[in-house]
Ligand binder design. Structure first.
Ligand SMILES: NC(=O)c1ccc[n+]([C@@H]2O[C@H](COP(=O)([O-])OP(=O)(O)OC[C@H]3O[C@@H](n4cnc5c(N)ncnc54)[C@H](O)[C@@H]3O)[C@@H](O)[C@H]2O)c1
Length: 322
């Protein structure tokens, strides 16, 4: 088993929601150096407050698609492992479908080429459950067909295919991780790319009406971000995960109606919920089989949904401008 201790790690998308938690965890676990590469499309400096106070943290404000940029960073920092999290959130598919797709493929292309050139040793690639599309059976294992319903998801699925095939043909050191729906502190709460939990909390706190798209009976498998980043580190440390696609989820799904009720109850809101038309090509059901994560990473989530939701909402009340 490998250890992250002492390793030089590059996190693409490290100023984003999951990426910033990963940077903090890597520093806590004794990584020799954590190099964050983010173009700040959605990343925020405030997400890196803890990390930037650490002497082993380095930040590059740049584009992970750019081969020359990434090559220069890998060369300068002598990186051992890259965690690839850079992307543009799913809803971007409705504004700029081409870019929502291409960002995932182009970054994967750059990182693969540089891995093939031995510019670093290991790639932990972060995919998404969205690559599967709606559950055709449940829980969804990694053999579930991929049937993406948005350009974002298609870009994720395409990048996975490219990475998986390269890893087989060239015997590259790669693990592909497919997280299901993450939530927790620092998730984007504003604008058209906002995630449902922080957006709902923000609306309620600001006296606006929270909103559900579609019937609300669509389900998601929610997992706490602190569990996900633990799984990502475990993916690097457990070499048995190489060459595999591995789901990270809680193993059970809840409806958006149920989620909304939990948020409203916690925040003491009993007002109206606005109902809007279903988002185009919304996935109807996602629920992870976590057998592989357990087998190859020894991973099971530590947080219950209730504990994690409470911690998340408390964080938004305390920290965010809600
Ligand atoms: N949040 C979830 O529920 C979820 C679920 C499954 C998978 N994922 C995956 O996890 C990863 C992180 O997601 P997140 O929720 O933290 O998203 P996020 O939007 O908060 O973070 C993505 C980061 O990537 C940066 N970025 C975008 N394009 C870039 C580029 N070309 N070069 C450098 N940086 C760039 C953004 O500025 C942002 O900081 C993504 O790959 C996403 O697909 C997320």
């Amino acid at each position: 088993m490998l250890s992250i201790k002492g390793k030089t790690v590059l996190v693409t998308g490290g100023a984003g929601f999951i990426g910033s938690h990963l940077c903090d965890t890597l520093l806590e676990k004794g990584a020799g150096k954590v190099v964050c590469l983010d173009n700040f499309f959605l990343g925020k400096m405030e997400n890196l407050q803890e990390a930037t106070s650490h002497e082993n943290f380095v930040l590059y404000h740049d584009d992970a698609r750019n081969f020359g940029t990434v090559q220069a960073i890998l060369g300068k920092e002598q990186v051992d492992v890259v965690f690839n999290l850079a992307t543009i959130a799913l809803n971007y598919s409705f504004f700029n479908p081409f870019d929502a797709y291409m960002v995932n493929v182009e970054i994967a292309n750059t990182l693969l080429e540089l891995l093939k050139m031995e510019q670093y040793r290991t790639l932990i690639h972060v995919s998404s459950s969205e690559a599967y599309g709606s559950a055709k059976y449940s829980p969804m294992d990694e053999n579930h067909p991929t049937d993406p319903t948005t350009p974002y998801a298609a870009g994720k699925a395409a990048a996975d295919l490219m990475i998986h095939s390269f890893s087989k043909v060239l015997d590259l050191d790669i693990s592909i991780i497919r997280p299901f729906n993450n939530f927790g502190p620092r998730q984007n709460a504003e604008g058209p790319l906002a995630a449902i939990i922080p957006a709902t909390a923000r609306k309620i706190r600001q006296g606006e009406t929270p909103m559900i798209e579609g019937t609300g009976e669509q389900t998601r498998d929610f997992i706490y971000v602190k569990d996900t980043v633990r799984a990502l580190v475990a993916a690097y440390e457990n070499e048995d995960s190489r060459g595999k696609i591995i789901n990270i989820g809680s193993g059970s799904d809840i409806s958006i109606n149920y989620l909304m009720k939990k948020i409203c109850d916690y925040l003491g809101y009993d007002g109206e919920i606005e109902r809007r038309e279903s988002r185009k090509s919304d996935v109807q059901k996602l629920c992870a089989s976590s057998d592989r994560a357990k087998k190859y990473l020894g991973f099971t989530p530590e947080y219950t949904f209730e504990e994690a939701l409470k911690e998340t909402l408390d964080w938004y009340i305390k920290h965010a401008k809600l």
